[in-house]
Design a protein around this ligand. Structure first.
Ligand SMILES: [Zn+2]
Length: 332
């Protein structure tokens, strides 16, 4: 069994629980003082991890992950990915060391991310044998946060199998994988937080619409009678809704915003359908979501026009009844 060291334990608590490093370290310090220095830093860190409900020895065997589910700061990741770029070898030189690393982008049905190889033997092998389109079965890699984007790195402990028999990947989703979301209360949200919040829709606003590229969903420019996408050029455009609402989780409320397919899912109608509603029909439709509980994953961002924090929604699911019961029990 692999034993985590002090820094790894602290990092695991921080990434699993979305608390600050300072908070964790101060709790550990208090615990050491409480036990009159009879305990090591690691020992105290284990106790605090237990108090947070984190099982450090749950299972240290590498686990399989879909790309969009890769959390940050985790060891022991297995990933099956298709190379969507060629493998590139780069030299690097810092004050401390120099060497080379190998880089490519891999993807699966859920997203893409950067894959960085540090082991020299593996770099040579991949450089010789692989190109875009090949499938890599990556074993025992670790993840890192690079400016909000998830990367997986492979050190000397990891391995890669090239085009393993019997493994295939469907169409790769071209979206770059970002950091996962942490469960949070609305009251504690700060700008830039990537949060999962559960709460109730307390007010709905009338949808607005924009024209977007049918291929990628991004806003298109209107040039005469043509719609032009930055990526896809002349495209046919679809009418997409933007839906704003107030969301309350009992600790506070926040204005939440969803776009395009996420908004369509939330309302249960396509943008085209919505555009055809009469105001009074629309009113009835929107009211259908009032009082419903949802789980939202999104990013807290500042709306500078109004100097307020808003939750930009990546995904929204109706909360399942058992988890609602659970959160009510917790609250009692
Ligand atoms: Zn496009």
């Amino acid at each position: 069994m692999l034993r985590l060291n002090y820094d790894e334990i602290v990092e695991k608590i921080v990434s699993d629980k979305g608390v600050t490093k300072e908070e964790v370290e101060s709790k550990i310090k208090v615990k050491i003082d409480e036990l009159s220095d009879l305990i090591s830093k690691e020992g105290a860190a284990h106790i605090i991890a237990n108090q947070y409900g984190i099982k450090l020895f749950e299972n240290n065997a590498p686990k399989d992950f879909k790309i969009s589910d890769v959390p940050k700061g985790v060891n022991g990741l297995n990933i099956l990915g298709k190379m969507v770029s060629d493998f590139e070898v780069r030299e690097f030189k810092t004050a401390k060391r120099q060497g080379r690393l190998g880089v490519c982008t891999v993807g699966d049905e859920t997203g893409t991310l950067r894959f960085v190889v540090w082991d020299d033997k593996t770099i040579s092998e991949l450089n010789e044998k692989v190109k875009a389109g090949d499938i890599l079965k990556i074993h025992d890699a670790y993840s890192k946060d690079n400016n909000g984007f998830i990367e997986i790195h492979l050190g000397s402990r990891g391995q890669v199998a090239i085009n393993p028999e019997g493994e295939s990947i469907g169409e790769v989703k071209a979206e770059v994988s970002r950091l996962g979301f942490s469960k949070m209360n609305i009251v504690e949200l700060k700008e830039g937080d990537r949060a999962e919040v559960q709460g109730t829709v307390v007010q709905m606003f009338e949808p607005r619409f924009y024209n977007a590229c049918e291929k990628c969903g991004r806003k298109v420019m209107v040039q005469g009678t043509d719609f032009v996408c930055n990526t896809h050029g002349n495209v046919s455009s679809k009418k997409f809704p933007v839906v704003n609402f107030f969301f309350d989780d009992g600790t506070s409320n926040i204005r939440a915003v969803c776009f395009a397919d996420v908004a369509e899912k939330f309302i249960g109608r396509s943008g085209e359908e919505l555009g055809g509603y009469k105001p009074e029909e629309l009113d009835v439709l929107l009211k259908g979501n009032l009082g419903k509980q949802f789980v939202i994953k999104g990013k807290a961002s500042k709306n500078s026009n109004f100097d307020r924090l808003e939750l930009m929604i990546n995904s929204i699911e109706e909360a399942d009844p058992s988890s609602i019961m659970k959160s009510m029990e917790d609250a009692v």
